[in-house]
Write a new protein. Structure first.
Length: 191
């Protein structure tokens, strides 16, 4: 994989984007942009959990159906899902049908719903990388799978009962939600 790719539009992008139009849109408009709000962050955390063991493009392509199936990732609505909802989701070919991940998403929704409005956002962002002097990665190989911050956030989430929030999944969440900026040096998003 190249560290940077240059598409027909002449823009240099992080190498993981490749030539897929949906990946380019996601990279250009979402990945690494600061994301706030309990619902938006619950969705991002849930989708990162579903992604474990799969490619992110699979999740992106299924995201519209995930949103429909999981009530727009409204934590209060998902918290009310019951056994019949689990069976409905297990039968839905438009999402990733993994019982453990579905049950974790519902369980996690209950934990988010118990928090005061904005507290989930504040919790996640309290672990954001504060080191503004951090050197931007020059190559894809310089991107870590985990960081001390993602390990600490993972521990805190697991202590609170959250599931499918290991340090690698949490670091992917932190990257995608802009808690850390891992755009490769030379990417148009860094200019």
């Amino acid at each position: 994989m190249e560290d940077l790719t240059i598409d027909a539009d002449g823009r240099a992008r992080c190498g993981w984007v490749g030539a897929d139009a949906e990946y380019m849109r996601y990279h250009d408009q979402e990945w690494g942009a600061p994301l706030h709000g309990d619902r938006a962050l619950f969705e991002k955390m849930s989708l990162e959990g579903f992604q474990a063991g799969l490619s992110w493009i699979t999740i992106l392509r299924k995201r519209p159906r995930f949103r429909e199936a999981f009530a727009g990732f409204d934590p209060s609505a998902v918290a009310r899902f019951d056994a019949s909802d689990i069976e409905r989701l297990m039968a839905d070919a438009g999402i990733v049908r993994n019982r453990a991940k579905i049950e974790a998403t519902i369980s996690n929704a209950r934990l988010v719903a118990e928090l005061a409005d904005g507290d989930f956002d504040a919790l996640l962002w309290s672990f954001a990388t504060q080191d503004r002097a951090r050197v931007r990665p020059r190559t894809m190989s310089e991107l870590p799978a985990t960081t001390p911050e993602s390990e600490a956030l993972s521990r805190e989430l697991r202590r609170r009962g959250f599931r499918f929030v290991g340090p690698t999944t949490v670091y992917a969440l932190m990257q995608s939600a802009g808690m850390v900026d891992d755009h490769i040096e030379g990417c148009w998003r860094t200019l």
